[in-house]
Write a protein of this length. Structure first.
Length: 196
């Protein structure tokens, strides 16, 4: 386990480690990125090799997620969320300025958690960074596009949640019938497009 990474480094380490293990034909079970940590599970007899590969990863420059190589997804959004005006007011913007900023940014899936298919996206413009809601909602609809702290996310299914809801997408983000149930996986480049 690697702890103490800064925001954005965990996904870089995950991608670099997966790439290095594939190139060196090193067997691992999984590489899971968190907000500031990475957990690598592997067969016990590969421990030394995995440590050596991990030590060779340079998160500061050479190894970055390549937008060309990474999968990308564009999500069409109805920006009509119940918190859109509140977010605009808190940020000193108009609602349309919030939409323009949110939909104009490029995001990267840093890690997944909270519930299956829930992806934490970095790339949110700093002016839109707001703490979570003081009181979470008992039900957030499937497809809700939301922000909290430095992240944006889309709720893959109806669930409780404390993020600020900007809109909703009809894009399916979690389907157990698929070989890869999650649409958004670490390293995926995500764009939001306003439905007018």
């Amino acid at each position: 386990m690697i702890n103490g990474l800064i925001a954005g480094e965990a996904a870089v380490v995950r991608t670099a480690m997966l790439r290095a293990c594939a190139e060196q034909h090193v067997s691992i079970n999984d590489v899971v990125a968190g907000a500031r940590s990475v957990v690598i599970t592997h067969p016990r007899d590969n421990a030394e090799v995995v440590r050596a590969l991990l030590g060779s990863i340079d998160v500061s420059g050479a190894v970055k997620i390549s937008p060309v190589a990474a999968p990308s997804v564009t999500l069409a959004v109805h920006y009509n969320g119940p918190d859109l005006d509140y977010v605009a007011q808190q940020c000193g913007l108009t609602s349309q300025e919030v939409v323009t900023l949110h939909s104009g940014a490029k995001y990267v899936v840093e890690f997944c958690g909270f519930s299956p298919g829930f992806a934490y996206l970095t790339g949110l413009p700093s002016i839109l960074h707001l703490p979570r809601r003081a009181t979470p909602r008992p039900r957030v609809p499937r497809g809700a596009v939301a922000i909290a702290a430095q992240y944006s996310a889309v709720y893959p299914r109806e669930s409780p949640g404390g993020w600020h809801l900007l809109g909703v997408t009809d894009h399916e983000l979690w389907n157990m019938a698929c070989d890869q149930p999650a649409t958004l996986t670490p390293g995926t480049i995500v764009s939001f497009e306003q439905i007018v």
